[in-house]
Design a protein around this ligand. Structure first.
Ligand SMILES: C[S@@+](CC[C@H](N)C(=O)[O-])C[C@H]1O[C@@H](n2cnc3c(N)ncnc32)[C@H](O)[C@@H]1O
Length: 306
């Protein structure tokens, strides 16, 4: 009799353990559906260019300051799940929306200039393979993003903003000073101004730009779900002409993020040595390095307290 009782008890115990393990397993299900192996593989802090580059097409040249779909795809895999909403407030010619669509995420992209909106629209409609997910493209000023994006709805914000008026300044500088230098002839640059609009963040001086980015971040904080991520793709710059050898742009973005209430969560280096030719800088009097990397500044909205 005792034996039977013991057996019954141990069957009950096993059932209980199995139930607990099932519950635990359920808890272990990653928010982005990655397996532990995939999670580990994606957790490198340095991303070599060859791992995140895609073929350059005509519309990348047409725009002049794009990132690859592969770069956006990698971040989207890390920070979201199928069906989630991805936002890019400076969507350009649509790399983030195309990547979101490829990975069955929903997307909202905002772009100021009609010429870029039209390119992205065509690209999105050309391929119908994943038209089950929906991508919304807005022609407008991202300062007004809360008109189109619900509070607490965005799983991942992924973007590269204009770099204040640095592009404008460096193009002027190249036109005037470096007409015949390797900087112009040899470095393969396709960079150009986006346009003349006063609403364009690329037409603002750095101080004004930072204060406008801060206001934008306040809206992004509202739009983002608690506990999830905003990723800013940022390259540091120089403005030697005006006596500023190094502009610590990515640190300013991290600082502004913290000031509006995000956590500065992580920093990733996109290593671009293989993509860029070296140019002679400052020779023979001042030694500068070629800035051949871009940062991904990862901000996280705090979780709500229960
Ligand atoms: C660095 S580019 C982004 C390129 C994009 N990641 C891509 O791969 O195509 C920045 C974009 O922001 C746009 N832009 C500038 N000011 C804006 C504003 N106020 N609202 C929305 N878009 C704006 C520019 O026209 C430009 O296309």
């Amino acid at each position: 009799m005792d034996e039977i009782k013991f057996e019954l008890e141990s069957v009950e115990k096993t059932k209980e353990i199995k139930k607990k393990t099932r519950k635990k397993r359920k808890k272990l299900h990653a928010f982005n559906s990655l397996t532990p192996k995939e999670w580990t593989q994606l957790s490198r802090s340095v991303w070599p260019a060859k791992e995140v580059s895609s073929q350059r097409k005509w519309y990348h040249k047409e725009h002049g300051a794009t990132f690859s779909e592969a770069l956006a795809e990698r971040a989207i895999k890390m920070y979201s799940n199928a069906g989630d909403l991805i936002l890019d407030p400076f969507v350009g010619v649509g790399a983030t929306l195309l990547a979101a669509r490829n990975l069955q995420r929903r997307g909202i992209g905002i772009e100021l200039y009609e010429k870029f909106v039209n390119i992205t629209k065509n690209l999105l409609f050309q391929e119908t393979l994943f038209n089950g997910t929906d991508q919304e493209l807005i022609h407008g000023d991202c300062r007004n993003l809360l008109e189109w994006v619900e509070p607490n709805s965005v799983q991942l914000m992924f973007t590269s903003p204009p770099y204040a008026n640095f592009i404008k300044q460096s193009l002027e500088d190249r036109r005037k000073t470096h007409k015949k230098s390797r900087l112009v002839i040899d470095n393969n640059s396709v960079v150009k101004e986006y346009g003349e609009s006063k609403l364009d963040f690329g037409n603002l001086t750095y101080d004004v730009f930072l204060s406008e980015i801060k206001s934008l971040m306040k809206n992004l904080l509202i739009a983002t779900k608690p506990g999830v991520y905003n990723v800013w793709v940022i390259k540091d710059c120089r403005n030697c002409k005006n006596g500023i050898p190094f502009i610590d742009f990515h640190s300013d973005i991290g600082r502004l993020g913290r000031e509006v209430g995000f956590l500065y969560h992580d920093l990733i280096v996109w290593a671009q040595n293989d993509q860029r030719r070296l140019v002679l800088l400052g020779y023979p009097s001042v030694f500068y390095v070629n800035i051949n990397h871009t940062f991904l500044v990862i901000l996280r909205k705090k979780k709500e307290k229960k």
